[in-house]
Design a protein around this ligand. Structure first.
Ligand code: PLP
Length: 469
């Protein structure tokens, strides 16, 4: 039996249907009661049970409503607001989701899952649900971050960057990306000019453009950002002083002071993205701009993406309490707050020193990979120019002027070598095409030398092809 039965038709008697279906009469009676309760059938005194003609009309209306509409059809049409900036610069694009299955993933911005302290993290995730901690893990509180995490950031993370901060100056974010978005969304609009390093971090550029800001370029060299190259009239500068992204140059101390002086003179906001300062292999990490600032505030963005894993989406923002308060309120209506469970687990991990131990081990593993990558490039592709390599998780390389980095990257990918073309990091319409980024944070150390050797062959073939063109 189905509801295709004509409208208003009488249903078979319960006795007849039970015989037909070979089930008990009670089963049929129960099914009829259900149909009546849901309005599909109606009992008529002394006549039996009938299909409700009204419900069939309703069903056919619902069916029509679910038909896809063409844009010009009748009825309300939802207008999607396509919030694409008028100029649409290229984006970082990683076409290889399963990069970890490839032989030579010199991918950037990812970590080697084998170096992640899984059992330690599981221990702290579990501890965060112990009676003493579980309320902090499970509560919904958009007005406060986890007090333990905030306190450990103040006492154990920021001092290594020379920063003294009060808990009221910290907002836990779901990574630098969210912190940047909150700042840009609040502070910038079509009347703002935001400068950023060129080459620089494309995601920051996209975020500023989405706030309708005018994004302008500031130059960099081997000592990082050149403060004098920041165009006049700039309202804010976004910079990556520890390891300039993507060249890895460290901003010299004299330039740090000069930049802060300029910021004071022109009331320019400084946004310091300190995404991987602890991953330094030569000398000591340099003091953060935020630790040197005296009057004009520096908005400082910290991230656990590089030290733990980007998939955890944990970071923080340091700024004046009044700003933090407003940003927290805005965050509330986007995602309420980063998960309490993750916050408490990370707070416990930092408090009990497991985070510092992991960082030491991780830094020494990455130092080995950094050394291997640098040595292998010098051995197998000695004629390329390697930019400053005191730290970070990738190496910025300038290849022969004939190279088209995008084609080179896809030729390399065909042989399971992942590298990133550098074009996307430049501002302006005609970026140089002969820069590549070679990441060493995600690849196994023992794949580095054979991978770079193969890359050397691929680059040589590519140059041969380009020169024959
Ligand atoms: C320049 C820069 N800043 C920050 C980050 C970290 O961002 P998030 O904390 O959102 O993962 C990255 C990650 O690749 C980066 O390259």
């Amino acid at each position: 039996m189905s509801l295709q039965t004509p409208q208003g038709a009488k249903l078979p008697s319960s006795r007849q249907l039970a015989m037909e279906l070979g089930v008990s009469r009670n089963t049929v009676l129960a099914a009829y009661q259900e149909l009546i309760a849901e309005g599909f059938a109606e009992p008529r005194t002394k006549s039996g049970i009938f299909i409700n003609p009204e419900i069939l009309k309703q069903l056919s209306k619902t069916k029509n409503a679910l038909q896809p509409r063409t844009p010009n059809s009748d009825g309300p049409v939802f207008k999607v607001k396509l919030d694409t900036p008028s100029t649409h610069p290229p984006e970082i694009h990683k076409p290889y989701y399963d990069w970890h299955k490839l032989k030579y993933p010199f991918i950037c911005g990812q970590v080697n899952a084998k170096l992640f302290p899984s059992s330690t993290w599981i221990r702290y995730l579990s501890m965060a649900l112990d009676p003493a901690h579980r309320n902090y893990s499970l509560s919904d509180d958009p007005e406060h971050d986890d007090p333990l995490l905030i306190s450990t950031i103040c006492r154990r993370v920021l001092p290594s960057r020379g920063i003294k901060a009060d808990p009221s100056m910290i907002l836990v974010t779901m990574g630098t990306q969210e912190g940047l978005f909150l700042i840009s969304d609040l502070l910038f609009g079509d009347e703002s000019t935001v400068a950023m390093e060129n080459p620089g971090y494309p995601d920051a550029r996209h975020i500023f453009l989405r706030s309708k800001a005018n994004v302008v370029a500031a130059s960099v060299d081997d000592s990082g950002l050149i403060p004098e190259s920041i165009p006049m009239g700039t309202n804010a500068i976004y910079t990556t002083p520890s390891h300039q992204f993507p060249t890895n140059a460290t901003l010299s101390i004299s330039r740090r002071h000069r930049l802060l002086e300029m910021a004071n003179e022109s009331a320019m906001v400084v946004i310091e993205d300190d995404y991987d300062s602890e991953l330094r292999y030569v000398g000591r990490p340099t003091p953060a701009l935020a630790s040197l600032a005296t009057s004009e505030p520096v908005l400082y963005l910290g991230s656990f993406s590089k030290f733990l894993a980007p998939g955890l989406r944990l970071g923080f923002l340091v700024g004046p309490p009044s700003l933090i308060k407003i940003l927290r309120q805005r965050q509330r209506y986007i995602l309420r707050h980063p998960p309490g469970h993750l916050q408490r687990a990370l707070g416990l991990m930092i408090e009990q020193e497991a985070y510092a131990r992991h960082l030491r081990r991780y830094r020494s593993a990455l130092k080995k990979s950094w050394q291997l990558t640098t040595d292998s490039i010098q051995e197998h592709i000695p004629w390329v120019k390697i930019y400053s390599t005191a730290g970070g998780t990738s190496i910025w390389v300038e290849v022969d002027a004939s190279v088209d980095a995008e084609s080179l990257a896809s030729e390399a990918l065909n042989q399971e070598v992942v590298i990133e073309p550098g074009n996307v990091y430049f501002l302006g319409d005609n970026p140089p095409t002969n820069f590549i980024r070679i990441g060493f944070g995600a690849i196994d150390a023992n794949s580095i030398e054979p991978g770079i050797r193969l890359l050397g062959e691929i680059v040589n073939n590519h140059i041969g092809k380009m020169r024959c063109k």
